[in-house]
Design a protein around this ligand. Structure first.
Ligand SMILES: Cc1ncc(C[n+]2csc(CCOP(=O)(O)OP(=O)(O)O)c2C)c(N)n1
Length: 962
């Protein structure tokens, strides 16, 4: 036997039983494609060719001891072990995170690591040493001698400072990519010396910035990032990666924690500006804010840790990336949908008719969450649900949970039922990586992975960055009162910058002197910036722009559209592709619109809306309309997306309109109010030239989105100079449908009205709607831009009293008040002025028509179409026409503690001489629930209100003998 032959024999004799079967299988793969097997097998087969067909191990040491009978038993047991090894491997991948090194303070009880122990599967180290590495890790990129070595490496990867959770990601391609990143790319990536040095500088900057503020501005709150400083380089890395990948807009949202640090080091806000804000913020112990004692005044309309910022960075020769940190209210997580709206708006080209063209590469978003807030606040789920919805997605948000393991004073075991704060994201198949914030290098690698995943797959990714909180909830809180044990550990724990600095010195990447020098540089930079602002304590706070006073005398925009143009648009809107079969019933309804602009005909609410949209598009203003079932509309009056009754294909006439000069987006929204309203608000803020309209299913449901209304839509301009021209349509009206389908809670909007923050309207005609929509479109992106809050109609949609002749659209403009035709012709005789708004005005008009013979010269009725800003001059001018006026009566269908009464009463009193004129109320009494659940009661009450409004007081008294 030649030496080579002997070697070959000896080699093959190592393989017997299932091992031999395995090696034969590998050879078959190799013979098809040598690259498809691992390098050591490739080498083996190249040298010795095919393995023997039969078990050559009869001569091997191990097998020679076996008789023929027990060889079979041996094979079976090895086969079992090979299968068990496979199970072990897959559970290391799935559950390794439970034993990972992701708990910097060692706060959690060590999770059971049974799932990843060989013994759990009846395996010993020796068993695994007899198995080939591929039993554990097919195509491993490392040269292992056996399965034991492979298992050890796998364990090291999955239980290190990075813990991977991908089991819930079902897309095969993504899982492969994620596993490859976890098992090959990340373990084999070593940061360059320059990258390590720069990383140390960044964690030092984050740490020293907080330290400097702590020492310089004693007692001021800043919600420091200490304990989770790696958040800063992680966010910065993601911003850079996304920018390099072509994003020209990066929208960011975050709460208070670490915000000043992010502003300074990611958004590049100069230290000097931040210090100046602290100077201008004497610590006034007035009102508790954020649950602490003491309040800091920021230099604009909000505390400084809520303020957003913009930054433009040069990317390449010509391109620029705009990075925006959204302004944020205290209300945790509510900024999330707003950021989604920013990103979506940035991605869309709205310049052409049709749906806007979306480019997912052009913008991306990053949202930083708190660990308690992420698992606790429902708005998080609403926003995650956008991630795959065509009208709402923006190609992947990178989420970072700045996980300090505590929410205010509440620990995780009291704040969530799930193991991880991030568990909610699993339902959305979002890859999750937990990473130890004390290992900045691991954090950077994860940041890169997240960015690459977003760029490749255009989907969300979640980084659970686990650190701790060095101070209390804020710096004035004493956390030891409630978490004495945790804070013992915190005090004994070195900050990440020290840990990393020591590591770099230990590993010879940096000299001790070099590390100290970096720290000195960082501190000096802070000191220099401070020296420059010191002594300027009373620097003028930066002024925010405020809209000009609402000026009723200001030129009104032309909102009428020439009749010929309207007719042409109208006929184009009634065309659809030749073979498109509109559902018969709907076709007949739509075709009735063809003649509506002729003399003697009328345009109803739905048609007026479509004509307004069409003419706005013709003027070049894009429109985005979103809300539950808006394509058809809750009350089926819109039907702007037609469905072919045979093929199911869709067609939107506004997309094919030849006159259109801008995009029209219309999307049935998911069943969410807060999330959707937040996204639409954000869209409009970022794309102020776009008419963004949100419609509630019924107005009642708007209170689900109350936070968005209070914190953003009402107050955004005054807190942050953040303009919006958002339109909110909320079906409102008392029609006997019960407590939950009647009221859009107009009283709440009126109570929030101030500083011309928005327009509140409740209209009584289709033409008024047409003009108001067009007026709103004309002020978008101007100093006058403000949200439009509309109580929208329900039954009124089809009420002939509400329909308008064409000339009301082609002439005139929006009227803040409308006088009821037929009442008050003889000014001297008018004693009572009835003021009302919306549907009740139509009820009154109907009632007047029912009783034309009754003398009502003593009465005049005026509809207040625009409630806020209150049309004081117009109402006053009407009152002044009636010398014998003795009563101003506000009539409403809402209960007295709701509707417009509380808002109107003082305003009306101001306009009259109360010694001569009474101001009184006619409507339902005060109630705790808006409307009756009984139709008969509703009808009775409604009729009573109408009668009371139209019956002369004195005469009633005489008649009834009272
Ligand atoms: C909607 C809402 N509820 C309550 C609060 C009061 N609050 C402010 S911070 C905080 C704890 C937040 O904990 P976490 O999300 O873990 O963030 P951390 O402060 O620990 O960074 C609470 C309850 C709030 N700001 N918003």
């Amino acid at each position: 036997m030649s030496v080579d032959n002997e070697k070959m024999q000896a080699t093959w004799q190592q393989f017997f039983g299932p091992n031999l079967g395995y090696i034969q299988e590998q050879y078959e793969i190799y013979s098809q494609d040598p690259q498809a097997v691992s390098p050591q097998y490739r080498e083996l087969f190249a040298q010795y060719g095919a393995p023997p067909r039969t078990d050559a191990s009869t001569t091997s040491n191990a097998a020679s001891e076996l008789s023929q009978g027990n060889a079979k038993a041996f094979d079976a047991s090895m086969l079992k072990k090979a299968i068990a090894a496979g199970q072990l491997a897959s559970n290391i991948r799935a559950f390794g995170h439970l034993a990972a090194d992701i708990d910097p303070l060692g706060l959690s009880p060590q999770a059971s690591a049974e799932m990843i122990e060989p013994a759990t599967y009846g395996l010993t180290a020796d068993d695994l040493k007899l198995l080939p590495p591929d039993c554990i890790w097919e195509d491993a990129p490392y040269a292992f001698n056996n399965a034991w070595e492979a298992a050890q490496k796998l364990r090291e990867i999955y239980t290190g400072p990075i813990a991977f959770e991908f089991g819930h990601v079902h897309a095969e391609e993504e899982r492969k990519w994620l596993n490859k990143q976890a098992e090959t790319v990340i373990p084999s990536t070593k940061l360059l010396a320059s990258e390590r040095e720069s990383l140390l500088r960044k964690v030092l900057e984050a740490e020293q910035f907080e330290d400097f503020l702590q020492r310089t501005f004693v007692g001021q709150k800043r919600f420091s990032a200490e304990g989770i400083e790696s958040l800063i380089p992680v966010t910065d890395e993601i911003v850079h990666e996304l920018t390099n990948d072509g994003a020209r807009h990066i929208a960011m949202g975050m709460a208070h924690r670490g915000r000043l640090n992010v502003l300074a080091h990611v958004l590049g806000k100069p230290y000097g500006n931040i210090f100046a804000e602290f100077h201008n913020s004497p610590n006034k112990n007035l009102i508790p804010s954020e649950g602490s004692i003491g309040i800091n005044y920021g230099w604009t309309g909000d505390v400084k840790y809520h303020l957003g910022a913009n930054r433009s960075v040069q990317s390449g020769q010509t391109a620029e990336t705009r990075i925006t940190l959204a302004n944020n209210p205290s209300h945790l997580e509510y900024v999330n949908p707003v950021v989604g709206g920013f990103a979506r708006a940035a991605q869309e080209d709205r310049s052409k008719p049709g749906y806007p063209e979306q480019n997912l590469d052009s913008a991306a978003s990053i949202v930083i969450h708190g660990d308690a807030a992420f698992s606790g606040e429902g708005i998080v789920a609403e926003t995650l649900n956008f991630s795959n919805l065509k009208g709402y997605m923006s190609g992947g948000t990178i989420h970072i949970i700045a996980n300090n393991r505590i929410g205010f004073t509440t620990e995780s075991h009291d704040s969530r039922s799930t193991h991880y704060s991030s568990d909610l994201a699993k339902g959305f198949e979002i890859p999750i990586v937990h990473v130890n914030a004390d290992d900045p290098e691991a954090c950077i690698l994860v940041a890169r992975m997240a960015s690459q995943y977003r760029t490749l797959f255009k989907k969300d990714f979640l980084i659970d960055l686990i650190g701790y909180r060095r101070y209390g909830h804020n710096e004035t809180d004493d956390p030891e009162t409630t978490q004495p044990l945790i804070y013992k550990k915190v005090k004994a724990h070195s900050p990440v910058a020290s840990l990393y600095s020591e590591r770099l010195v230990r590993e010879g990447a940096l000299s001790a002197e070099g590390a100290d020098q970096i720290k000195r540089d960082v501190v000096n930079k802070l000191k220099t910036a401070y020296e420059q602002v010191k002594g300027q304590e009373q620097r003028n706070p930066i002024q925010q722009s405020h809209p000009k006073e609402f000026n009723p005398a200001a030129p009104k925009p032309v909102t009428a559209v020439p009749i010929e143009k309207l007719r042409q648009i109208n006929s184009n809107l009634l065309k659809w592709p030749e073979n498109f079969k509109v559902y018969g019933k709907l076709q007949r309804i739509l075709e009735r619109r063809a003649d509506a602009l002729n003399d003697g005909e009328k345009v109803d609410w739905g048609q007026a809306e479509t004509l307004a949209f069409a003419s706005i598009l013709a003027d070049g203003t894009p429109i985005r309309l979103s809300g539950q079932d808006v394509e058809r509309a809750t009350f089926a009056h819109r039907n702007l997306v037609l469905h072919d009754s045979e093929t199911g294909d869709t067609f939107c006439p506004l997309h094919a309109l030849p006159e259109a000069n801008a995009s029209f987006a219309i999307h049935n929204s998911p069943l969410s109010e807060a999330g959707v309203l937040g996204l639409e608000y954000g869209y409009n803020v970022y794309a102020p030239e776009t008419m963004v309209i949100w419609e509630a299913q019924y107005g009642d449901f708007v209170n689900v989105a109350q936070v968005l209304i209070d914190q953003f839509i009402s107050a955004g301009q005054s807190k942050w100079a953040q303009r919006s021209g958002l339109v909110m349509l909320m079906p409102h009206g008392f029609e006997g449908q019960g407590p939950e389908h009647s009221s859009a809670r107009m009283e709440r909007f009126l109570q929030l009205s101030g500083e011309e923050n928005w327009t509140v309207a409740y209209l009584s005609s289709a033409a008024q709607y047409f003009h108001l929509l067009r007026r709103q479109a004309s002020i978008l992106n101007t100093q006058e831009a403000r949200p439009l809050i509309m109580m929208a109609p329900k039954s009124m949609i089809r009420n002939p009293y509400v329909a308008s002749p064409a000339e009301k659209l082609s002439e005139g403009t929006f009227q803040t008040v409308i006088e009821q035709p037929g009442t008050g012709p003889n000014a001297k005789r008018v004693e009572r002025l009835v003021l009302c708004t919306g549907k009740v005005a139509i009820d009154l008009a109907e009632e007047l028509d029912k009783t034309p013979d009754i003398d009502r010269d003593w009465l005049h009725i005026v509809r207040v179409e625009q409630l806020y800003p209150f049309p004081k001059q117009e109402v006053k001018a009407i009152m002044d026409r009636f010398p014998n006026l003795s009563e101003v009566l506000w009539v409403q269908e809402e209960p007295k503690n709701m509707g417009a009464w509380s808002y109107m009463e003082p305003r009306l009193r101001e306009l009259v001489d109360t010694s001569k004129v009474t101001v009184s109320y006619n409507g339902r009494p005060k109630r705790s629930s808006p409307a009756s659940g009984y139709q008969q009661i509703h009808v009775f009450e409604q009729q009573f209100i109408i009668n009371q409004a139209l019956v002369q007081k004195k005469k009633t008294a005489i008649k009834s003998g009272r």
